[in-house]
Design a protein around this ligand. Structure first.
Ligand code: FAD
Ligand code: DHB
Length: 403
Protein backbone atom coordinates (compact mmCIF):
# COMPACT_ATOMS: atom_id res chain seq x y z
CA UNK A 1 0.00 0.00 0.00
CA UNK A 2 2.94 2.34 0.65
CA UNK A 3 3.88 1.95 -3.01
CA UNK A 4 0.33 2.88 -3.99
CA UNK A 5 0.44 6.05 -1.85
CA UNK A 6 3.72 7.15 -3.39
CA UNK A 7 2.40 6.56 -6.89
CA UNK A 8 -0.71 8.72 -6.42
CA UNK A 9 -1.01 11.98 -8.35
CA UNK A 10 -2.06 14.78 -5.96
CA UNK A 11 -5.26 15.51 -7.90
CA UNK A 12 -6.79 12.21 -6.80
CA UNK A 13 -6.54 13.09 -3.09
CA UNK A 14 -9.52 14.70 -1.37
CA UNK A 15 -10.12 15.39 2.32
CA UNK A 16 -12.88 14.94 4.88
CA UNK A 17 -13.14 14.65 8.67
CA UNK A 18 -14.70 11.18 8.87
CA UNK A 19 -14.38 8.66 6.04
CA UNK A 20 -17.15 6.09 6.36
CA UNK A 21 -16.61 2.76 4.61
CA UNK A 22 -19.90 1.08 3.64
CA UNK A 23 -23.44 2.36 3.05
CA UNK A 24 -25.36 -0.31 4.96
CA UNK A 25 -27.51 0.89 7.87
CA UNK A 26 -24.41 1.54 10.06
CA UNK A 27 -22.62 3.77 7.57
CA UNK A 28 -25.70 5.74 6.48
CA UNK A 29 -26.90 6.31 10.04
CA UNK A 30 -23.47 7.54 11.14
CA UNK A 31 -23.21 9.85 8.14
CA UNK A 32 -26.57 11.37 8.92
CA UNK A 33 -25.88 11.86 12.67
CA UNK A 34 -22.50 13.45 11.99
CA UNK A 35 -23.92 15.70 9.28
CA UNK A 36 -26.59 16.97 11.66
CA UNK A 37 -23.82 17.76 14.16
CA UNK A 38 -21.94 19.72 11.47
CA UNK A 39 -19.15 17.15 11.03
CA UNK A 40 -17.96 16.72 7.46
CA UNK A 41 -18.01 13.11 6.27
CA UNK A 42 -17.96 10.97 3.12
CA UNK A 43 -19.51 7.51 2.69
CA UNK A 44 -17.84 5.14 0.21
CA UNK A 45 -19.90 2.13 -0.91
CA UNK A 46 -18.69 -0.48 -3.35
CA UNK A 47 -22.15 -1.48 -4.62
CA UNK A 48 -24.80 0.56 -6.43
CA UNK A 49 -27.71 2.11 -4.49
CA UNK A 50 -30.13 -0.31 -6.24
CA UNK A 51 -28.08 -3.32 -5.18
CA UNK A 52 -27.98 -2.16 -1.55
CA UNK A 53 -31.77 -1.67 -1.57
CA UNK A 54 -32.34 -5.09 -3.13
CA UNK A 55 -30.90 -6.97 -0.13
CA UNK A 56 -33.66 -8.34 2.12
CA UNK A 57 -32.40 -8.64 5.68
CA UNK A 58 -33.59 -7.82 9.19
CA UNK A 59 -37.12 -6.81 10.16
CA UNK A 60 -37.30 -6.20 13.94
CA UNK A 61 -36.31 -2.87 15.51
CA UNK A 62 -35.77 -2.31 19.22
CA UNK A 63 -37.11 0.89 20.80
CA UNK A 64 -33.57 2.27 21.09
CA UNK A 65 -33.05 1.77 17.35
CA UNK A 66 -36.26 3.63 16.49
CA UNK A 67 -35.22 6.44 18.89
CA UNK A 68 -31.89 6.71 17.08
CA UNK A 69 -33.68 6.94 13.72
CA UNK A 70 -35.68 9.82 15.24
CA UNK A 71 -32.46 11.47 16.35
CA UNK A 72 -31.16 11.17 12.80
CA UNK A 73 -34.39 12.80 11.57
CA UNK A 74 -35.54 9.69 9.69
CA UNK A 75 -37.90 8.00 12.17
CA UNK A 76 -41.18 9.43 10.94
CA UNK A 77 -42.17 6.77 8.36
CA UNK A 78 -41.04 3.94 10.63
CA UNK A 79 -43.29 5.26 13.43
CA UNK A 80 -46.18 5.71 10.99
CA UNK A 81 -45.92 2.50 8.94
CA UNK A 82 -44.08 0.12 11.27
CA UNK A 83 -46.09 -2.38 13.35
CA UNK A 84 -45.73 -2.27 17.11
CA UNK A 85 -45.51 -5.86 18.37
CA UNK A 86 -46.07 -6.55 22.05
CA UNK A 87 -45.26 -10.26 21.93
CA UNK A 88 -44.17 -13.28 19.88
CA UNK A 89 -45.40 -16.84 19.55
CA UNK A 90 -43.18 -19.83 20.35
CA UNK A 91 -44.43 -23.00 18.67
CA UNK A 92 -43.37 -26.53 19.64
CA UNK A 93 -44.99 -29.92 20.20
CA UNK A 94 -48.06 -28.98 18.14
CA UNK A 95 -49.01 -25.84 20.11
CA UNK A 96 -48.17 -22.14 20.18
CA UNK A 97 -47.45 -20.12 23.33
CA UNK A 98 -47.27 -16.35 23.62
CA UNK A 99 -44.43 -14.42 25.23
CA UNK A 100 -46.01 -11.14 26.28
CA UNK A 101 -43.36 -8.39 26.06
CA UNK A 102 -45.63 -5.71 27.41
CA UNK A 103 -46.56 -7.68 30.54
CA UNK A 104 -43.08 -9.07 31.15
CA UNK A 105 -40.76 -6.25 30.09
CA UNK A 106 -43.11 -3.26 29.66
CA UNK A 107 -41.87 -2.80 26.15
CA UNK A 108 -42.44 -3.73 22.51
CA UNK A 109 -40.56 -3.95 19.19
CA UNK A 110 -41.31 -2.35 15.83
CA UNK A 111 -41.60 -4.45 12.68
CA UNK A 112 -40.04 -2.40 9.90
CA UNK A 113 -37.68 -3.81 7.29
CA UNK A 114 -33.98 -2.99 7.06
CA UNK A 115 -34.64 -2.15 3.40
CA UNK A 116 -37.06 0.59 4.48
CA UNK A 117 -34.62 1.94 7.10
CA UNK A 118 -31.99 2.10 4.35
CA UNK A 119 -34.43 3.76 1.92
CA UNK A 120 -35.34 6.44 4.51
CA UNK A 121 -31.67 7.15 5.26
CA UNK A 122 -30.82 7.32 1.55
CA UNK A 123 -33.67 9.76 0.91
CA UNK A 124 -32.56 12.05 3.77
CA UNK A 125 -28.93 11.97 2.67
CA UNK A 126 -29.73 12.68 -0.96
CA UNK A 127 -32.00 15.60 0.06
CA UNK A 128 -29.67 17.18 2.67
CA UNK A 129 -26.30 15.64 1.89
CA UNK A 130 -23.75 14.36 2.05
CA UNK A 131 -24.76 12.01 -0.80
CA UNK A 132 -23.05 8.61 -0.35
CA UNK A 133 -20.59 7.69 -3.11
CA UNK A 134 -21.89 4.46 -4.63
CA UNK A 135 -19.73 2.14 -6.74
CA UNK A 136 -16.67 3.41 -4.90
CA UNK A 137 -14.83 0.37 -3.53
CA UNK A 138 -12.32 0.82 -0.73
CA UNK A 139 -9.17 -1.16 -1.51
CA UNK A 140 -7.00 -0.25 1.48
CA UNK A 141 -6.78 1.88 4.62
CA UNK A 142 -3.48 3.01 6.10
CA UNK A 143 -1.84 5.34 8.61
CA UNK A 144 -4.69 4.97 11.10
CA UNK A 145 -2.10 4.88 13.88
CA UNK A 146 -1.33 8.54 13.12
CA UNK A 147 -3.48 11.70 12.87
CA UNK A 148 -4.18 11.56 9.18
CA UNK A 149 -5.36 8.18 7.88
CA UNK A 150 -5.65 7.51 4.15
CA UNK A 151 -8.47 5.57 2.51
CA UNK A 152 -7.73 4.30 -0.99
CA UNK A 153 -10.67 3.48 -3.22
CA UNK A 154 -11.54 2.70 -6.81
CA UNK A 155 -14.24 4.79 -8.48
CA UNK A 156 -15.12 5.20 -12.17
CA UNK A 157 -12.08 3.12 -13.16
CA UNK A 158 -9.65 5.36 -11.21
CA UNK A 159 -7.78 4.81 -7.95
CA UNK A 160 -8.44 7.72 -5.58
CA UNK A 161 -7.52 8.59 -2.00
CA UNK A 162 -9.44 10.22 0.82
CA UNK A 163 -7.40 11.80 3.61
CA UNK A 164 -9.32 12.10 6.87
CA UNK A 165 -9.12 12.44 10.64
CA UNK A 166 -11.07 9.24 11.40
CA UNK A 167 -12.16 6.14 9.50
CA UNK A 168 -15.43 4.43 10.46
CA UNK A 169 -15.30 0.81 9.25
CA UNK A 170 -18.97 0.09 8.55
CA UNK A 171 -18.34 -2.32 5.68
CA UNK A 172 -19.87 -5.52 7.01
CA UNK A 173 -18.34 -8.91 7.62
CA UNK A 174 -16.39 -9.15 4.35
CA UNK A 175 -15.22 -5.54 4.17
CA UNK A 176 -11.78 -4.01 3.87
CA UNK A 177 -11.69 -2.21 7.25
CA UNK A 178 -11.01 -5.14 9.55
CA UNK A 179 -8.84 -6.68 6.86
CA UNK A 180 -6.61 -3.57 6.98
CA UNK A 181 -5.80 -4.27 10.65
CA UNK A 182 -2.94 -6.73 11.28
CA UNK A 183 -4.36 -10.01 12.62
CA UNK A 184 -2.18 -9.78 15.75
CA UNK A 185 -3.91 -6.51 16.77
CA UNK A 186 -7.24 -8.17 17.57
CA UNK A 187 -8.70 -11.40 18.90
CA UNK A 188 -11.43 -13.10 16.89
CA UNK A 189 -14.03 -15.22 18.68
CA UNK A 190 -16.11 -17.38 16.39
CA UNK A 191 -18.72 -20.14 16.20
CA UNK A 192 -20.19 -21.50 12.99
CA UNK A 193 -23.52 -23.38 13.09
CA UNK A 194 -24.09 -26.52 10.99
CA UNK A 195 -27.10 -25.09 9.10
CA UNK A 196 -28.44 -22.03 7.32
CA UNK A 197 -31.70 -20.11 6.91
CA UNK A 198 -33.67 -20.18 3.69
CA UNK A 199 -35.71 -16.96 3.52
CA UNK A 200 -38.71 -16.22 1.30
CA UNK A 201 -40.49 -12.92 0.75
CA UNK A 202 -44.01 -13.24 -0.67
CA UNK A 203 -46.86 -10.89 -1.48
CA UNK A 204 -49.27 -12.68 0.83
CA UNK A 205 -50.94 -11.63 4.10
CA UNK A 206 -48.93 -12.67 7.21
CA UNK A 207 -50.07 -15.92 8.78
CA UNK A 208 -50.45 -14.30 12.21
CA UNK A 209 -50.55 -10.83 13.83
CA UNK A 210 -47.32 -11.60 15.65
CA UNK A 211 -44.07 -13.37 14.72
CA UNK A 212 -43.95 -17.13 15.27
CA UNK A 213 -40.66 -18.89 16.14
CA UNK A 214 -41.09 -22.65 15.72
CA UNK A 215 -39.02 -25.50 17.08
CA UNK A 216 -39.77 -28.73 15.20
CA UNK A 217 -38.05 -32.08 14.85
CA UNK A 218 -37.62 -31.31 11.12
CA UNK A 219 -35.91 -28.01 11.98
CA UNK A 220 -36.56 -24.37 12.88
CA UNK A 221 -39.10 -22.11 11.15
CA UNK A 222 -39.97 -18.42 11.51
CA UNK A 223 -43.02 -16.52 10.31
CA UNK A 224 -42.45 -12.79 10.02
CA UNK A 225 -43.83 -9.91 7.97
CA UNK A 226 -43.12 -6.56 6.39
CA UNK A 227 -46.71 -5.25 5.98
CA UNK A 228 -50.34 -6.44 5.84
CA UNK A 229 -49.70 -7.85 2.38
CA UNK A 230 -46.02 -8.78 2.50
CA UNK A 231 -44.76 -11.79 4.48
CA UNK A 232 -41.28 -12.99 5.32
CA UNK A 233 -40.72 -16.64 6.20
CA UNK A 234 -37.64 -18.69 7.04
CA UNK A 235 -36.88 -22.40 7.40
CA UNK A 236 -33.69 -23.97 8.70
CA UNK A 237 -31.89 -25.66 5.79
CA UNK A 238 -28.68 -27.53 5.09
CA UNK A 239 -25.50 -25.58 4.39
CA UNK A 240 -25.20 -27.61 1.17
CA UNK A 241 -28.60 -26.43 -0.10
CA UNK A 242 -29.00 -23.95 -2.97
CA UNK A 243 -32.10 -21.85 -3.62
CA UNK A 244 -32.69 -23.93 -6.80
CA UNK A 245 -33.20 -26.97 -4.52
CA UNK A 246 -36.17 -25.17 -2.99
CA UNK A 247 -38.96 -24.53 -5.50
CA UNK A 248 -41.86 -22.60 -3.93
CA UNK A 249 -44.00 -25.72 -3.39
CA UNK A 250 -41.27 -27.45 -1.41
CA UNK A 251 -40.72 -24.35 0.73
CA UNK A 252 -44.40 -23.91 1.60
CA UNK A 253 -44.85 -27.64 2.36
CA UNK A 254 -41.87 -27.63 4.68
CA UNK A 255 -42.94 -24.45 6.45
CA UNK A 256 -46.46 -25.81 6.94
CA UNK A 257 -45.10 -28.99 8.54
CA UNK A 258 -42.94 -27.10 11.04
CA UNK A 259 -45.39 -24.50 12.39
CA UNK A 260 -48.35 -25.11 14.74
CA UNK A 261 -51.55 -26.59 13.21
CA UNK A 262 -53.54 -23.35 13.58
CA UNK A 263 -50.90 -21.39 11.69
CA UNK A 264 -50.52 -24.17 9.09
CA UNK A 265 -54.25 -23.98 8.46
CA UNK A 266 -54.19 -20.17 8.11
CA UNK A 267 -51.09 -19.99 5.91
CA UNK A 268 -51.67 -18.21 2.59
CA UNK A 269 -49.04 -19.12 0.01
CA UNK A 270 -47.98 -17.41 -3.21
CA UNK A 271 -44.98 -17.00 -5.48
CA UNK A 272 -41.71 -16.09 -3.76
CA UNK A 273 -40.56 -12.64 -4.84
CA UNK A 274 -37.17 -13.14 -3.15
CA UNK A 275 -35.48 -16.30 -1.95
CA UNK A 276 -32.04 -16.52 -0.37
CA UNK A 277 -29.92 -18.68 1.92
CA UNK A 278 -27.80 -17.26 4.75
CA UNK A 279 -25.33 -19.26 6.85
CA UNK A 280 -25.48 -18.75 10.63
CA UNK A 281 -22.42 -17.53 12.49
CA UNK A 282 -21.38 -15.92 15.77
CA UNK A 283 -18.30 -13.71 15.53
CA UNK A 284 -16.69 -10.94 17.60
CA UNK A 285 -13.46 -9.03 16.96
CA UNK A 286 -11.94 -7.39 20.04
CA UNK A 287 -11.15 -4.52 20.34
CA UNK A 288 -13.24 -2.44 17.94
CA UNK A 289 -10.89 0.56 17.82
CA UNK A 290 -7.42 0.71 16.26
CA UNK A 291 -6.08 4.23 16.63
CA UNK A 292 -8.22 6.35 14.32
CA UNK A 293 -9.97 3.38 12.69
CA UNK A 294 -13.19 2.41 14.47
CA UNK A 295 -15.22 -0.64 13.48
CA UNK A 296 -19.02 -0.71 13.80
CA UNK A 297 -21.83 -3.16 13.03
CA UNK A 298 -21.17 -6.37 11.11
CA UNK A 299 -17.56 -5.30 10.43
CA UNK A 300 -16.90 -6.00 14.13
CA UNK A 301 -19.41 -8.70 15.06
CA UNK A 302 -21.95 -11.13 13.64
CA UNK A 303 -24.84 -12.82 15.42
CA UNK A 304 -27.00 -15.67 14.15
CA UNK A 305 -30.30 -13.98 13.16
CA UNK A 306 -32.55 -15.92 15.58
CA UNK A 307 -32.74 -13.13 18.18
CA UNK A 308 -33.16 -10.35 15.56
CA UNK A 309 -30.16 -8.53 17.02
CA UNK A 310 -27.81 -7.83 14.04
CA UNK A 311 -29.27 -4.55 12.90
CA UNK A 312 -30.03 -3.39 16.45
CA UNK A 313 -26.45 -4.01 17.56
CA UNK A 314 -25.18 -2.07 14.54
CA UNK A 315 -27.42 0.85 15.54
CA UNK A 316 -26.16 0.70 19.16
CA UNK A 317 -22.52 0.88 17.95
CA UNK A 318 -23.39 3.90 15.81
CA UNK A 319 -25.04 5.63 18.73
CA UNK A 320 -21.80 5.25 20.76
CA UNK A 321 -19.58 6.16 17.81
CA UNK A 322 -21.53 9.28 16.86
CA UNK A 323 -21.51 10.41 20.51
CA UNK A 324 -17.75 9.87 20.74
CA UNK A 325 -16.93 11.71 17.51
CA UNK A 326 -19.25 14.61 18.37
CA UNK A 327 -17.56 14.89 21.80
CA UNK A 328 -14.16 14.92 20.08
CA UNK A 329 -15.11 17.81 17.79
CA UNK A 330 -17.28 19.84 20.18
CA UNK A 331 -15.49 19.37 23.49
CA UNK A 332 -12.00 18.47 22.31
CA UNK A 333 -12.23 15.39 24.54
CA UNK A 334 -11.30 11.83 23.53
CA UNK A 335 -12.76 10.20 26.63
CA UNK A 336 -15.71 8.68 24.75
CA UNK A 337 -13.48 7.57 21.87
CA UNK A 338 -11.22 5.85 24.40
CA UNK A 339 -14.25 4.11 25.94
CA UNK A 340 -15.87 3.25 22.57
CA UNK A 341 -14.71 -0.34 22.25
CA UNK A 342 -15.48 -1.33 25.82
CA UNK A 343 -18.92 0.31 25.80
CA UNK A 344 -19.90 -1.47 22.58
CA UNK A 345 -18.48 -4.85 23.53
CA UNK A 346 -20.42 -5.03 26.80
CA UNK A 347 -23.64 -4.82 24.80
CA UNK A 348 -22.31 -6.96 21.94
CA UNK A 349 -21.50 -9.93 24.19
CA UNK A 350 -24.95 -9.84 25.81
CA UNK A 351 -26.54 -9.90 22.35
CA UNK A 352 -24.13 -12.65 21.27
CA UNK A 353 -25.20 -14.71 24.28
CA UNK A 354 -28.91 -14.16 23.62
CA UNK A 355 -28.64 -14.93 19.89
CA UNK A 356 -26.64 -18.10 20.57
CA UNK A 357 -29.20 -19.16 23.19
CA UNK A 358 -32.22 -18.55 20.92
CA UNK A 359 -30.43 -20.43 18.14
CA UNK A 360 -29.58 -23.37 20.44
CA UNK A 361 -33.13 -23.53 21.79
CA UNK A 362 -34.96 -23.50 18.48
CA UNK A 363 -32.87 -25.31 15.83
CA UNK A 364 -32.32 -28.95 15.05
CA UNK A 365 -28.69 -29.84 15.89
CA UNK A 366 -28.16 -33.25 14.28
CA UNK A 367 -25.05 -34.00 16.34
CA UNK A 368 -26.75 -33.64 19.74
CA UNK A 369 -29.15 -36.53 19.01
CA UNK A 370 -32.13 -37.61 21.09
CA UNK A 371 -30.65 -36.27 24.35
CA UNK A 372 -30.24 -32.78 22.91
CA UNK A 373 -33.81 -32.83 21.64
CA UNK A 374 -35.18 -33.82 25.09
CA UNK A 375 -33.21 -31.00 26.72
CA UNK A 376 -34.61 -28.50 24.19
CA UNK A 377 -38.20 -29.56 24.86
CA UNK A 378 -37.59 -29.37 28.64
CA UNK A 379 -36.20 -25.86 28.25
CA UNK A 380 -39.15 -24.78 26.07
CA UNK A 381 -41.54 -26.21 28.67
CA UNK A 382 -39.72 -24.29 31.38
CA UNK A 383 -39.79 -21.12 29.28
CA UNK A 384 -43.54 -21.13 28.83
CA UNK A 385 -44.23 -22.21 32.41
CA UNK A 386 -41.93 -19.84 34.26
CA UNK A 387 -42.48 -16.11 34.43
CA UNK A 388 -38.79 -15.64 35.29
CA UNK A 389 -37.64 -17.55 32.20
CA UNK A 390 -40.13 -15.82 29.89
CA UNK A 391 -39.08 -12.43 31.34
CA UNK A 392 -35.43 -13.16 30.52
CA UNK A 393 -36.41 -13.80 26.88
CA UNK A 394 -38.68 -10.75 26.71
CA UNK A 395 -36.10 -8.36 28.23
CA UNK A 396 -33.41 -9.43 25.80
CA UNK A 397 -35.66 -9.53 22.74
CA UNK A 398 -37.04 -6.01 23.20
CA UNK A 399 -33.49 -4.75 23.83
CA UNK A 400 -31.50 -4.28 27.01
CA UNK A 401 -31.20 -0.83 28.51
CA UNK A 402 -28.20 1.28 27.58
CA UNK A 403 -25.60 1.50 30.38
P1 FAD B 1 -23.96 -4.24 6.07
O1 FAD B 1 -25.42 -4.10 6.00
O2 FAD B 1 -23.35 -5.53 5.66
O3 FAD B 1 -23.34 -3.07 5.19
C1 FAD B 1 -21.98 -3.03 4.85
C2 FAD B 1 -21.83 -2.30 3.54
O4 FAD B 1 -20.45 -2.14 3.24
C3 FAD B 1 -22.44 -3.04 2.37
O5 FAD B 1 -23.33 -2.19 1.68
C4 FAD B 1 -21.25 -3.45 1.52
O6 FAD B 1 -21.55 -3.48 0.14
C5 FAD B 1 -20.26 -2.34 1.85
N1 FAD B 1 -18.87 -2.72 1.63
C6 FAD B 1 -18.26 -3.90 1.86
N2 FAD B 1 -16.97 -3.85 1.50
C7 FAD B 1 -16.75 -2.61 1.02
C8 FAD B 1 -15.60 -1.97 0.47
N3 FAD B 1 -14.42 -2.59 0.36
N4 FAD B 1 -15.70 -0.68 0.06
C9 FAD B 1 -16.90 -0.01 0.19
N5 FAD B 1 -18.03 -0.61 0.69
C10 FAD B 1 -17.94 -1.88 1.10
N6 FAD B 1 -30.17 -9.40 11.05
C11 FAD B 1 -31.30 -9.56 11.69
O7 FAD B 1 -31.46 -8.99 12.77
N7 FAD B 1 -32.29 -10.35 11.13
C12 FAD B 1 -32.14 -10.97 9.91
O8 FAD B 1 -33.02 -11.66 9.42
C13 FAD B 1 -30.94 -10.82 9.22
N8 FAD B 1 -30.73 -11.42 8.02
C14 FAD B 1 -29.52 -11.25 7.39
C15 FAD B 1 -29.26 -11.88 6.18
C16 FAD B 1 -28.02 -11.74 5.55
C17 FAD B 1 -27.75 -12.43 4.21
C18 FAD B 1 -27.02 -10.94 6.15
C19 FAD B 1 -25.65 -10.77 5.47
C20 FAD B 1 -27.30 -10.30 7.36
C21 FAD B 1 -28.53 -10.47 7.99
N9 FAD B 1 -28.82 -9.84 9.21
C22 FAD B 1 -29.97 -10.00 9.85
C23 FAD B 1 -27.88 -8.99 9.86
C24 FAD B 1 -28.15 -7.53 9.57
O9 FAD B 1 -28.69 -7.39 8.29
C25 FAD B 1 -26.84 -6.84 9.73
O10 FAD B 1 -26.47 -6.95 11.09
C26 FAD B 1 -26.82 -5.40 9.28
O11 FAD B 1 -26.97 -5.33 7.87
C27 FAD B 1 -25.52 -4.73 9.69
O12 FAD B 1 -25.40 -3.51 9.05
P2 FAD B 1 -23.99 -2.94 8.64
O13 FAD B 1 -24.28 -1.61 8.04
O14 FAD B 1 -23.07 -3.03 9.79
O15 FAD B 1 -23.41 -3.95 7.54
C1 DHB C 1 -36.88 -11.33 10.87
C2 DHB C 1 -35.61 -11.80 10.93
C3 DHB C 1 -35.13 -12.32 12.10
O1 DHB C 1 -33.87 -12.76 12.18
C4 DHB C 1 -35.92 -12.41 13.22
O2 DHB C 1 -35.42 -12.96 14.35
C5 DHB C 1 -37.20 -11.94 13.16
C6 DHB C 1 -37.67 -11.39 11.98
C7 DHB C 1 -37.39 -10.77 9.61
O3 DHB C 1 -36.66 -10.78 8.61
O4 DHB C 1 -38.53 -10.33 9.58
Amino acid sequence: MAALREALPLTTISRTEVAIVGAGPSGLLLSRLLHRAGIDNVVLERRSAEYVLGRVRAGVLEKGTVALLDEAGVGERCRREGFLHEGIGIAFDGARHRIDFQALAESAVTIYGQTEVTRDLMAALSADGPAPRYEAEVIGIEDFDGDSPLVHYREAGETRTLRCAFVAGCDGSHGKSRESVPGRAYTAYERAYPFGWLGVLSETPPVSDELIYANHERGFALCSMRSHHLSRYYVQCSLDDHVEDWPDERFWDELRRRIDPEAAEALVTGPAIEKSIAPLRSFVAEPMRFGRLLLAGDAAHIVPPTGAKGLNLAAADIRFLAEALIEHYREKSDAALDAYSERCLKRVWKAERFSWWMTSLLHLFPETGAFGRKIQVAELDYLIGSRAAATALAENYVGLNFD
